[in-house]
Every structure is written in C-alpha cells, then in structure tokens.
Write a protein that binds this ligand. Sequence first.
Ligand code: CP
Length: 326
Amino acid sequence: MARHEHNNIQLDAEGRLRHFLSIEGLDRELLTRILDTAESFAALPGRPVKKVPALRGRVITNLFFETSTRTRTTFELAAKRLSADVLNFNVSTSATAKGETLLDTLRNIEAMHSEMFIVRHSQSGAAHFIARHAAPGVSVINAGDGRHAHPTQAMLDMFTIRRHKGDFTPLRVAIVGDVLHSRVARSQILALNTLGVTEVRVIGPHTLIPTEARTLGVHVYHDLDEGLREVDVVIMLRLQKERMDGALLPSEEEYFRLYGLTNERLERARPDAIVMHPGPMNRGVEMDSEVADGPRSVILQQVSYGIAVRMAVMSMCIQTHAESPA
Ligand code: CP
C-alpha cells in the first residue's frame, strides 16, 4: 500500500487504524472495513468455541474515569473473546485518588506491557491527550470523552442499522433529544454522513440542539411529529442532566409530552422503522416502555453487536502496530 500523507493521529503511515479516537477524518472505506470485520466476529456467540486467538497474551487496559455499564463490560468481553489479558483500572480504588497524574498512571500501566488503553473520561479530548503521549506501539481507543465523541458506540449503531436495513444509501435517520450534550450524536452524525445516508435529521427543543447543528450536515426539526415523518431509523438520546449547566427544560413531564416516543408517534415513521437508544435509557422521559420493549426496538441488539464491533476495532488497531516496522 502507498504511504499516506496525512496528519490524522489515528492512522499510521500506511493509512491504517492505529488509534480509534473519533469518526472524524476516517473515510467510508475504513468504516466499512470495521463493519465487515465485526461481521466476521458476530457469529462467534453461536459457536461452541466463542474465542479466537487473535490477541492471545496481549495486555489491554480498561481506563474508565467515568461510570459505564455497557461500554466497559462489552470492551472487556470483546478483549477476552480475542484471548487478550484484560486489566480493569478502577479510578475509585486507584492511586488517582491520592493525586497521581493521568500521565503517571499511563506510564505505570505501560510498564506492565499494556499495548492498548480503552479510555473513558468526562473531559473532551482526554483520549486524544493520552494517544499523543502513549509510547510507540501503544494504541488508544476512545470509549467516550465529555461531549466530544463516542466512536465505538457510533460504529455499533451503524452495524445495527446495516444488519436491519442493508444499504445505508436510501435511509432517513432521525436522532431525537439532547443533541447538545451528546458525544454519541456527534459520532453518529459523522458516521451516517460518511456512510452516505440520504438524510440525517436532529429533533429536539431549541435549548438542546447546538446552534451550529446545520454545519454538521443535518436537517433540524423542533416538532417531533414532523421530524419523524417517513424515517427508517429513530435514535433516541438520553437527557444528559449531569452535563446541563442551567434549566434547559421546563420539566421531564413536559419533555416527554413534546419529545417522548410513544407507539402513536412512531406511526409517523415508515412501517418498518427501527427504534434505537445507546443507553442508559430513562423510561417515561425519552420513550414509553411499550416502545422500548416493543417489536421495533433493537436496543438490546445494539448492546450485543457492541461486542463484535469492539473486537473489530481492537484487532484492527493492535494488528496495525504489530505489523509496523520497529
Ligand atoms: N452507551 C453507553 O456508553 O453506555 P454506558 O455509559 O453504560 O457505557
């Protein structure tokens, strides 16, 4: 392969994935390769032997400075399915609580020969910071940083959409709710546009849609019924109350009345539309339980597909530096 001229920290000199920090700067071919690689891992749960030896003996560290249910556990399971050894760094029981800096923590875990860090942090840019300071041969995967990005969540969402809809090209996708504070929405919008969907809509109150939304290549709606008309995919977002500085909403009841997804409202979407949510979900705030648990919901499939997608990203990153000249 020809050597690439690029300034994208995520890619090596050959244009292959070294870190996975953001969807930004990655092309359709690379995103499709992640989805195709995940497809090869998705069959493993149905097989008698559920592991592959791809990363046997390699050390992978989960470095989570913020709470998580789905992302941390599916990364751990994905690493174990690849036969890696997994370190789970727990901030509350670590020396971080005694004042150790992020870089000192990084150097100490690198000294244990960890070749990959899965990083979640409340500060936007934390994963990039670690990637810039990581030793040669060490990869960093962003598991969610502040409001900035959650690229593996976006890719498992793309995998779920492709599994249900096949081709991205004809699709209209609505992302509903607190787009302003959502790292997931930012990564989804980039991925959907890179994969070539017909239209991405964002729907929500003026206070929860960023003013620069249209520059992201989306159509903005403030009326849920109007925005849902004829869409193929509905992605609901959580109200990120922990990131809200002031009173951006009158009340949760009022929010549900205007933006909560019910079966009646879902009638506006196409008859075969699927409903997604990255989790954690607030029932009765973003959506009614009859939708969350209904036949169009693929919310738990998203979680399952997350294992295969994270296996794909980890194996692609670690293979990159394994194959690179020393
Ligand atoms: N979707 C998501 O990031 O969920 P967790 O916060 O539980 O990891």
